[in-house]
Design a protein around this ligand. Structure first.
Ligand SMILES: [Zn+2]
Length: 388
């Protein structure tokens, strides 16, 4: 079965957006510039990096000059994760600024994230706005995607992440317009450059964030539309700039963890991204593997292998070990089932829906082949564990 996996990376034949050529290589390994909707390697050249860093320094200077004149220098999109926590510390303690911390509750914020916020805000004296009225809109958005995603190109996890973050960003930007705050900052790490590098361009803020599906009157109404930018806000002339400082200022994951733990913002071990990772993504990963025979994470693993061929064995093993767990909902099972109950379905109903879609998929055979390949591995592995 191994011949169905790209010889250079770890992407299987028949994965959404991947087919192996005669050499046994996937499109990404054959052509270094290849990209598709699930994955593209974004290379940022040094000149663009330097420009962005110069811009950031100017923005900081401006905020510091205007500091006395306004109540808040900027808004920070604050999730309670390690990155936005460290950025909050940097703005307040290193730059002497007064940000307004704004948290958008999607309804799926983890207890750990909430704990982190409580611990941090007890020590950093900033105003904090928690927006919770939007939960029902997020819930409808997730439900829409889980029942209407049917694609030949993209994984559900890709789409749902984009639509969800667009809504989060939009809610935070609305708060900035309301309070006339000129900058909105998010703590995205340097690795998170799939869509944006350093700045979310204003034309995207205006045009791309409000999706067509929100006009589906059977599901969405005015109470949902209000979380997206309206014409009045767009034409107000006070749209904030939306910036991602960690794309240009020094960032090392281990330093960030050390900082948030040593200052007791986040309890030891709670800075692990897997713990603060959202349940929606875990549920979408379960859906994707059963529906398409693939997961978005594999694209990321494959890229790491291309950058460091020696790590192929490790990532292939990771994929093979996690695959059967994900397929049978034994990875983050509690979280996934909690998510399903919040959008009003059971795991069985979701599985039935997946089967119905799969039946009609022209790629059904290829998909079932991949699933069988990963299920088979598990059995040999279990035997191996038992005989140890
Ligand atoms: Zn490959």
């Amino acid at each position: 079965m191994i011949e169905h996996i790209c010889k250079k990376c770890i992407l299987p034949h028949g994965f959404l957006g991947v087919s192996l050529g005669s050499e046994g290589l996937c499109e990404f390994c054959t052509d270094p510039d290849h990209k598709n909707v699930n994955w593209s390697r974004t290379a940022i050249d040094q000149e663009r990096r330097n420009q962005a860093l110069t811009d950031w320094k100017l923005v900081v200077e401006k905020m510091q000059i205007e500091h006395e004149k306004c109540s808040y220098d900027c808004i920070l999109g604050y999730s309670g994760g390690k990155d936005s926590t460290a950025l909050l510390d940097y703005l307040v303690n290193d730059l002497g600024l007064t940000p307004l911390a704004v948290t958008t509750d999607t309804g799926f914020m983890t207890e750990i994230a909430k704990d982190n916020m409580k611990d941090t805000l007890a020590q950093i004296n900033v105003d904090h706005v928690l927006i919770e009225d939007c939960i029902s809109t997020f819930t409808k958005l997730y439900k829409w995607h889980f029942f209407n995603h049917n694609s030949k190109e993209t994984f559900l996890a890709r789409g749902i992440c984009d639509y969800c973050s667009d809504l989060i960003h939009s809610i935070v930007v609305k708060e900035a317009i309301k309070q006339e705050i000129p900058y909105v900052l998010f703590g995205y790490s340097p690795a998170q450059i799939f869509r944006y590098f350093y700045e979310m361009p204003q034309e995207e803020v205006i045009e791309a964030w409000k999706p067509e599906l929100i006009f589906d009157e059977l599901i969405f109404d005015e109470s949902d539309h209000k979380w997206y930018l309206n014409d009045g806000e767009i034409n107000s002339g006070i749209l904030p700039r939306v910036l991602l400082p960690y794309h240009v200022i020094p960032y090392r994951e281990q330093d960030i963890i050390k900082l948030v733990e040593s200052k007791n913002y986040i309890k030891k071990g709670h800075a692990d991204p897997l713990l603060t990772n959202c349940n929606v993504v875990h549920a979408a990963t379960f859906y994707d593997f059963n529906r398409y025979g693939g997961i978005l994470y594999a694209y990321q693993y494959a890229e790491l292998v291309r950058q460091n061929p020696e790590s192929r064995k490790k990532w292939l093993r990771t994929l093979k070990m996690s695959a059967p767990l994900i397929l049978e909902n034994n990875f983050k099972r509690k979280e996934v089932n909690l998510f399903f109950s919040q959008i009003g379905v059971t795991q069985e109903e979701m599985q039935e829906h997946i089967q119905e879609q799969l039946e009609q998929d022209p790629n059904k055979k290829r998909i079932l082949n991949i699933i069988a390949m990963f299920q088979k591995k598990r059995k040999t592995r279990q035997v191996a564990v038992l005989t140890q």
